[in-house]
Design a protein around this ligand. Structure first.
Ligand code: BJW
Length: 237
C-alpha cells in the first residue's frame, strides 16, 4: 500500500443510497417503477418526452433535497489530503460528492442539475423543471433535455478516464452493481495497467470476482474506514 500514488475511485448509486436517493436495480429500485427503455434511452425520449422530463424533474427535486452522507464526506477528505493523483469517476447524476467538498470529480453519466440545449449545444445549471419546455437561456429555443447519458449514448470524458486508469496504482469501486458498460470494464482496464483493485459494496456485484479484495457493508461505514486506513498508511502510521 505504501507504493500507492495514483488512485481512481468509481462510485455508483449505492454511495448515495444512504442519502435517500434510490438505486436502479434493487427490488425497490428506480427501474421497478420506470422501465429503463422508456426513461433512459434516446428512443424513449423521442417517443414520450413529457414522461422522461417528468422522471428527471422528480429526480432533480430529490437530488436537491438530499444531503451528503459519511461516505461522500470521507472521499472529500481523501481528495483534500491525498497528495498523489486522485480521480473520483461517478456514474451518479447527483452532486453529493461536490457538496461534501470533493473537487476531483468527473460525472461520466451526466448531471441531474444540468440542462443541455440540443439546438445550440449550450449547457446550463438547472434546478427547476423541464417538462414545461422552458426556452434555452442562450438561444431561446425550447430544446432543453436532461444532461444525462442514456443507453446507447457515449459516456462523458472517456479519454480522461482511461488515461487515469492507465496510471492508477489503485482502483476502488464503491456502490455499483457492475451491470453497465463501459464503467463495468474499468476494473479490468485498471488490472491490465498493474493497479491493485478493491470493491466496497453492500453485496457482491456482477464483477466481484475480478477484484483483488471485496469488502461488504454499507458505504457510510466502509468508505470512512478505508479512507482513514489509506491516509494513515500514506503518512507511515
Ligand atoms: C450499496 C448500498 C449502500 C446499495 N452501500 N452499496 C452488451 C454487452 C456490453 C455492453 C452493452 C451491451 N449491450 C449494450 C451495451 C452498452 C450499454 C450497457 O452497458 N448495457 C448493459 C445493460 C449491458 N451501455 C451504454 O449504452 C453506455 N454507452 C456506451 O456503451 O457507449 C459506447 C461505448 C463503448 C465503449 C467505450 C465507451 C463508450 C451508456 C450507459 C448509460 C447509463 N445510464 C444510466 C441512466 C442515466 C443516469 C441516471 O438517470 O441517473 O446510468 S443507467 C443507470 O445504471 C445509471 C447508473 O449510473 C448506471 C449504473 O448503475 P449503478 O450505479 O451500478 O446502480 P445499481 O442500482 O445497478 O447498483 C447499486 C449498487 O449499490 C448495488 O450493487 C447495491 O448492492 C449497492 N448498494 N446500497 C454500498 N448503502
Amino acid at each position: 500500500m505504501s507504493d500507492i500514488r495514483n488512485i481512481v475511485i468509481l462510485t455508483g448509486a449505492g454511495i448515495s443510497a444512504e442519502s435517500g436517493l434510490r438505486t436502479f436495480r434493487a427490488e425497490d429500485g428506480l427501474w421497478e417503477d420506470h422501465p429503463v427503455e422508456e426513461v433512459a434511452t434516446p428512443q424513449g425520449f423521442r417517443r414520450d418526452p413529457d414522461l422522461v422530463q417528468r422522471f428527471y424533474d422528480e429526480r432533480r427535486a430529490n437530488i436537491l433535497a438530499a444531503q451528503p452522507n459519511p461516505a461522500h464526506a470521507a472521499l472529500a477528505r481523501l481528495d483534500a489530503e491525498w497528495t498523489g493523483d486522485l480521480l473520483i469517476v461517478t456514474q451518479n447524476i447527483d452532486d453529493l460528492h461536490e457538496r461534501a467538498g470533493a473537487h476531483r470529480v468527473l460525472h461520466m453519466h451526466g448531471e441531474g442539475l444540468s440542462a443541455w440545449c440540443t439546438a445550440c449545444d449550450a449547457r446550463h445549471r438547472w434546478t427547476s423543471t423541464l417538462r414545461d419546455a422552458p426556452p434555452c437561456p442562450a438561444c431561446g429555443q425550447s430544446a432543453l433535455r436532461p444532461d444525462i447519458v442514456w443507453f446507447g449514448e457515449m459516456p462523458y470524458q472517456m479519454e480522461r478516464i482511461f488515461a487515469a486508469l492507465g496510471r492508477a496504482d489503485l482502483f476502488v469501486s464503491i456502490g455499483t452493481s457492475g451491470a453497465v458498460y463501459p464503467a463495468a470494464g474499468f476494473v479490468q482496464a485498471a488490472k491490465d495497467s498493474g493497479a491493485a483493485t478493491l470493491e466496497l459494496n453492500l453485496e457482491p456485484s456482477q464483477g466481484s470476482r475480478l477484484f483483488d479484495e471485496t469488502r461488504l457493508g454499507p458505504a457510510s461505514a466502509l468508505v470512512p474506514e478505508w479512507a482513514r486506513e489509506i491516509l494513515e498508511h500514506a503518512r507511515g502510521a
